[in-house]
Unconditional design. Structure first.
Length: 146
């Protein structure tokens, strides 16, 4: 299940990046459009055409959660980013940090797991150099919010 959840988190990051660059007015329609694109891409290259419902729900819960608590999460991140503006971060780093804060605050996923997943997502979608930033910020949050 771990590998499957990783895939769902990858989808969540992709949706959150798109939402960060072009904020949606209607989140459910936005997510439906994302899934349709996944189906269309998979059909084009012969892959599986429908994301499994459990993983789709896992990803959607995270996207809706982050977008629904965006102001609160950004306020938390602003306090954690020592003398650094949130919008100076790369889009992927900002989104991964938002997802990590949301998961630690609103789910029962163990904090070390959230931090590890966030580091892996940043490595995958951005740069291995992002790991230090992601680890430092999320670790600071985890230690301050046991």
């Amino acid at each position: 299940m771990k590998a499957k959840r990783r895939l769902a988190r990858e989808w969540a990051v992709q949706m959150l990046v798109a939402a960060d660059l072009n904020p949606p007015d209607d989140v459910p329609s936005f997510m439906a459009g994302f899934w349709q694109q996944i189906v269309d891409l998979d059909d084009a290259d012969g892959g599986p055409s429908v994301p499994p419902p459990g993983l789709r729900e896992f990803a959607e819960t995270r996207v809706a959660g982050v977008l629904g608590a965006l102001k609160e999460i950004d306020d938390i991140l602003t306090g954690l980013l020592d003398r650094w503006d949130l919008y100076r971060l790369g889009t992927v780093e900002r989104v991964v940090l938002r997802l990590g804060i949301w998961e630690m605050k609103y789910t029962d996923v163990p904090k070390p797991v959230v931090i590890n997943e966030a580091i892996d997502l940043a490595n995958w979608f951005s740069s291995p150099r992002s790991r230090t930033l992601i680890n430092g910020v999320l670790d600071r949050y985890a230690k301050g919010n046991p």
